[in-house]
Design a protein around this ligand. Structure first.
Ligand SMILES: Nc1nc2c(ncn2[C@@H]2O[C@H](COP(=O)(O)OP(=O)(O)OP(=O)(O)O)[C@@H](O)[C@H]2O)c(=O)[nH]1
Ligand SMILES: [Mg+2]
Length: 456
């Protein structure tokens, strides 16, 4: 991999107004660029700046004064990129930062590509690839849970999991190589008896770490659809859960036509609610379109809140929807028995059969305190992915490929074709190496870092 030797610069802070904005420079010429653009106050002009200490002075473009500012130099290797890094801390506002950046470019730096500082940190061995990606995941995280997942990855959680798997795989590869190289000492049957269970166990562990849905929920929040027949209180529940008047509520069945979205954070977990039109047969063309959207939301949801009116006997639409939710194997359903403030009428063997085996909570959308058990049920689901080692799609894809190669290697071992097994073990090792960047091509790096912000 080519280690770059030029000097890059970019504005590291977000566009817009703020207290300060930062221009960051990295590379062998960072100190020279800084001394061209920054003049320390007092008698420090002309002297080399100390490393890792803020210095007060002025940013200049030639003889023109740009700003009163602070500057700091981080001498290699104790810096984010492990190169010399210089930063100017200017007054906030894009214009000043842009003028200072242009002055840095004139002084010999080149404009950084998106993610190029972090790419250098990776190429210089300060971060592995999964940690570099975590930087961006941390910047983009919405909600505490996603932030925690990114932080675990940044602290090396993903890398530690993958490297432990890779080490076990090296052990298997070494044992197999011994069997191929010294067939008189280790027979294929002996090798298979020893290695087959190890290969299978590693494949199974990798696969169980690839929980696509829990990983998406950890990154993006739990998608919850409020479904049920008209007038049971779906919109009232959306409003009560989010504590906002998001959806129109009336006693007229068929009030909600479109999807209404609302978000809430429970115990650090992001819950993304969608209120939907009441499901029923209808001749009204507008309502029909609403029902079609409701059906789609139901299919897309991680969790369906099936809302029922506990003060009414089960209606035909309830029975039909209950049957569908079971038959179509909707991933996860909570039956929400609403209107618990009114005399109960959803009772008896019919109701029991309707709800058999389903998680059920009883609520009153008009009494926010009654929603606690429902909130708890949602948090439990939203936090299911809290301990996952793998949460990024690129990592899940690589781990799944590694597991598939291990399966094939196990088949080859079982058929006593050890040469074939070693080819698949190597491919599995390569797939794991893609996650940490131990085995990675330039093209893959381009793809990973293209998604970054400039200045990071
Ligand atoms: N007593 C009582 N009334 C409720 C409760 N929840 C909702 N309602 C009433 O039930 C009626 C229907 O409520 P909505 O929230 O509009 O019901 P919906 O399921 O969204 O109805 P559609 O949009 O037509 O499908 C309104 O008059 C609400 O005030 C509750 O817990 N107790
Ligand atoms: Mg409604």
């Amino acid at each position: 991999m080519l280690i770059p030797n030029d000097t890059i610069a970019a504005i590291a802070t977000a566009p817009g107004e703020g207290g300060i904005s930062i221009v960051r420079v990295s590379g062998p010429e960072a100190e020279a660029v800084l001394s061209a653009v920054f003049r320390p106050a007092g008698g420090a002009a002309g002297k080399p700046l100390p490393s890792h200490l803020l210095t007060y002075g002025h940013a200049r473009d030639g003889e023109e004064l740009l700003d009163e500012c602070m500057a700091v130099l981080f001498r290699a290797p104790r810096s984010y990129t492990r190169e010399d890094v210089a930063e100017l801390q200017l007054h906030g506002g894009w214009l000043t930062a842009e003028r200072a950046l242009r002055a840095c470019l004139r002084a010999g730096a080149r404009l950084a590509e998106p993610g190029e500082f972090t790419r250098r940190a990776f190429l210089n061995g300060r971060l592995d690839l999964s940690q570099a990606e975590a930087v961006m995941a941390l910047i983009r995280s919405r909600g505490e849970q996603a932030r925690q997942a990114a932080l675990r990855q940044l602290e090396g959680g993903t890398a530690a999991f993958v490297r432990a798997a890779a080490d076990r795989l090296y052990g298997i590869q070494a044992a197999l190589a011994a069997c191929i190289d010294y067939p008189e000492e280790v027979s294929e049957e002996e090798a298979a008896a020893d290695l087959l269970p190890r290969i299978r166990a590693l494949g199974a562990e990798l696969r169980s770490a690839c929980d696509e849905q829990a990983a998406r929920v950890a990154r993006e929040g739990l998608r919850v659809a409020l479904c049920g027949r008209p007038n049971v209180g779906k919109s009232s529940l959306l409003n009560a859960l989010t504590r906002q008047e998001l959806a129109i509520v009336t006693p007229i069945p068929g009030t909600t036509r479109d999807l209404v979205a609302g978000e809430l954070t429970l115990d650090g977990a992001l819950i993304r609610l969608t209120d939907t039109a009441g499901l029923r047969e209808t001749d009204d063309p507008v309502e029909r379109l609403g029902v079609a959207r409701a059906e789609q939301a139901l299919r897309d949801a991680d969790t369906v809140l099936w809302v029922l009116d506990a003060s009414q006997p089960a209606a035909e639409e309830d029975i039909a929807l209950g049957r569908r939710l079971r038959a179509e194997g909707v991933r996860d359903v909570i039956a929400v028995l609403n209107k618990s403030d009114l005399p109960a009428a959803l009772a008896g063997p019919g109701a029991e059969a309707l709800l058999a085996g389903m998680e059920t909570v009883s609520v009153c959308a008009k009494a926010p305190d009654s929603l606690a058990p429902l909130r708890e049920a949602l948090v439990r689901r939203a936090r299911a992915g809290d301990r996952l080692a793998l949460t990024q799609p690129r990592h899940l894809d690589a781990a799944r490929r590694a597991a598939a190669h291990l399966d094939r290697a196990a088949e080859a071992m079982a058929a006593e074709t050890v040469d074939l097994a070693s080819v698949d073990l190597l491919a599995a090792q390569q797939a794991l190496g893609e996650i940490t960047g131990d085995q990675v091509e330039e093209k893959l790096l381009d793809r990973v870092f293209a998604d970054f912000c400039v200045g990071k």
